[in-house]
Design a protein around this ligand. Structure first.
Ligand SMILES: *Cc1c(COP(=O)(O)O)cnc(C)c1O
Ligand code: SF4
Length: 357
């Protein structure tokens, strides 16, 4: 058995195992024993939790909380609405569509860790929503839809599939002349870096006509280790770029210092920040959500001007009609036919000549 498979087999998903890593609080113990939610983490990621601090940013992403039973702002049947599954277009369950040229192709509902803030929790954690992720059906649909040029393989976590299964999916997609890129969304470089094995590298590597891109999810600088650095380097040497899609999480990364450190540290291990998502209104995750403008403010106060533009993700609200970027609205202070008054991150202004249409 490979190391990564052992990590999955020894998943920390019982109270007993959890107690090997942290001093479980009474509240945590009740949440773990009383709630019927799926939870758990790889031993590797569990090892990054603070033994004594229940507000540890990794611990809060991993250990269930009684707060998940509260719901004031969450949208009912969130995922069906969000993923546009109730529209007229007939699609297999495996295909979620919001755009003409690209689709999300869900191939599994398993993950290496079950994030407490997951917006797909109805499907991945609570499993109230039953969808059929048939890979063949999905491939067939993509084959027939020649307007699709970009396939985002997602889950759950697609890298929990075997190397053979992944090789099969990649090979089938690469046979389709209308495709121009394949993307994977996987948390494994962060929560299960052991997954980036020689065999997986041989599946992903090579200068094929259709490149492979990866986006991972890292929400706090503490999640970045030497193992992650190695896994990302290995992927890059195969020709696979690695980006990050963080989720803005209250009390975890919504302060200026952490937000800046996260994005700077990602670059030190060659991960390029891509998106920061507003934490979506799935039920039972109110305690992770900030006001919507928070992300835009953090971009202004923590990143823009304070560090390189390479460290700057786009802040987006992922809605049912697509991802909508939000910028802090201070850049253009005034405009007339002759000139613009532009404002920088410090509040200093400058004039810029305009060109009439
Ligand atoms: C996020 C998403 C995509 C990919 O969007 P990009 O902005 O291109 O990264 C595609 N399809 C669906 C349904 C999505 O939710
Ligand atoms: S890895 Fe992604 S899909 Fe899986 S639980 Fe975490 S956020 Fe949800």
């Amino acid at each position: 058995m490979e190391l990564w498979q052992e990590q999955i087999r020894n998943r920390v998903n019982t109270l007993e195992r959890l107690k090997n890593y942290i001093n479980v609080t009474q509240e945590e113990e009740r949440a773990v024993t009383e709630m019927s939610t799926r939870w758990g983490t790889t031993p590797y990621f569990a090892g990054l939790m603070d033994r004594d601090d229940p507000s540890c940013p990794i611990r809060r992403q991993v250990v269930p909380s009684l707060k998940e039973q509260e719901n004031t702002y969450g949208v009912p049947n969130y995922l069906i609405w969000k993923e546009n599954r109730a529209t007229d277009e007939v699609r297999p369950d495996a295909i979620a569509r919001q755009y003409k040229d690209r689709v999300a192709f869900t191939v599994t509902e398993m993950c290496a860790i079950y994030c407490r803030h997951c917006f797909r929790k109805e499907l991945v954690l609570e499993r109230e929503l039953r969808l059929r992720f048939d890979v063949e059906e999905g491939l067939e649909w993509i084959r027939e839809h020649t307007e699709v040029r970009d396939v985002l393989i997602t889950g759950g976590d697609p890298f929990l599939l075997s190397d053979d299964k992944l090789a099969y999916i990649v090979a089938k997609l690469r046979e389709m002349p209308h495709l121009q890129m394949i993307r994977f969304g996987t948390r494994t470089p962060i929560v299960l870096p052991q997954r980036i094995t020689e065999k997986l590298k041989s599946v992903l590597s090579g200068r094929h006509r259709i490149p492979i891109w990866i986006n991972t999810q890292c929400n706090h600088p503490k999640e970045i280790t030497e193992q992650t650095a190695q896994a990302v380097y290995d992927l890059l040497t195969c020709g696979v770029n690695v980006g990050n899609q963080a989720v803005l999480l209250k009390g975890i990364n919504d302060d200026v210092e952490t937000f800046r450190e996260l994005h700077q540290k990602l670059l030190t291990v060659r991960i390029r920040p891509y998106y920061v998502f507003y934490c979506e209104p799935a039920h039972g995750i109110d305690h992770f959500r900030t006001p919507v403008e928070k992300g835009a403010e953090l971009i202004r106060d923590a990143l823009r001007g304070h560090t390189t533009g390479l460290a700057q993700p786009m802040y987006v609200v992922a809605t049912n009609i697509g991802k909508i970027p939000l910028m802090p609205d201070y850049y253009i202070q005034d405009r007339n036919e002759k000139e613009y008054t532009l404002c920088n991150y410090q509040g200093r202004t400058t004039k810029w000549p305009n060109v009439p249409e």
